[in-house]
Design a protein around this ligand. Structure first.
Ligand SMILES: *Cc1c(COP(=O)(O)O)cnc(C)c1O
Length: 226
């Protein structure tokens, strides 16, 4: 068994039934994805539209492609035909752009709201106040072909696991507020995407339903210079 297959198997076997694994394959060659696929993995996460589109044609049809990177509005049109779930919706404007495109091509597009809870300035996303403002704005009622299925978040990149845990709790709390508020009659609002290679066990303890793991499965990424 390859290293990749072994990792997929050991992670998958350790997961509670209600937690799914997104294999984050960004920057890795399609051969690596095939090894993961042959080990039973079906959900792959990519962070660049062009790369996802290229891998889409090379991989079997039953792969579920998740987009996890920062999405520019001018890339929405290219992404919508391929994607099963966009984890990284970080503005109302982006939500509107996705809906417009989804209507145009007649697809329902599933998305998560990316929450900003980490200390880093650079992380995109909605704060708790932004979520309240979004709900109050009436925009969600106007969405025709976008289905908001939950939230996604990242903890601060730190060795201090107490901080990480507090941030995951915060993500879960905002999720619960939305779930019992605006989304209370929307059974599809049920996903909490949190947890990466270094912190996924804590994320699961704090209520994650989707973990996004790259390095632990595929090894370190070789970032192309562009
Ligand atoms: C790259 C990336 C991951 C995977 O990170 P690893 O530390 O390699 O597991 C997860 N989530 C997002 C949003 C990412 O960009």
């Amino acid at each position: 068994m390859s290293g990749i297959a072994g990792k997929i198997k050991s992670i998958t076997e350790s997961l509670p039934d209600d937690v799914r694994l997104v294999a984050v394959s960004k920057f890795h060659h399609v051969e690596a994805l095939r090894e993961a696929y042959d080990a039973g993995q079906r959900i792959f996460g990519e962070s660049r539209v062009q790369e996802l589109a290229q891998k889409y044609v090379l991989m079997p049809d039953d792969v579920e492609w998740h987009f996890i990177g920062h999405l520019q509005t001018n890339k929405v049109r290219k992404l919508v035909p391929y994607v099963s779930l966009i984890h990284s919706v970080d503005s109302s404007y982006l939500l509107e752009c996705i809906d417009t495109e989804a209507v145009r091509v007649g697809r329902i597009v599933n998305v998560l709201l990316q929450l900003h809870v980490a200390q880093e300035e650079s992380k995109f996303g909605f704060s708790e106040e932004d979520c309240i403002a979004l709900v109050d704005s009436g925009l969600l009622e106007r969405m025709k072909n976008v289905r908001v299925c939950g939230v996604m978040g990242m903890a601060t990149n730190t060795d201090d696991m107490a901080t990480v845990r507090v941030e995951f709790k915060k993500i879960k709390n905002i999720y619960e507020e939305l779930k019992t508020g605006y989304f209370k009659d929307k059974p599809y609002f049920k996903e909490v995407s949190m947890g990466m290679s270094d912190d996924y066990s804590i994320a699961i303890e704090e209520g994650s339903t989707m973990i996004r793991i790259g390095t632990t499965i595929f090894g370190s990424r070789e970032y192309p210079t562009e």
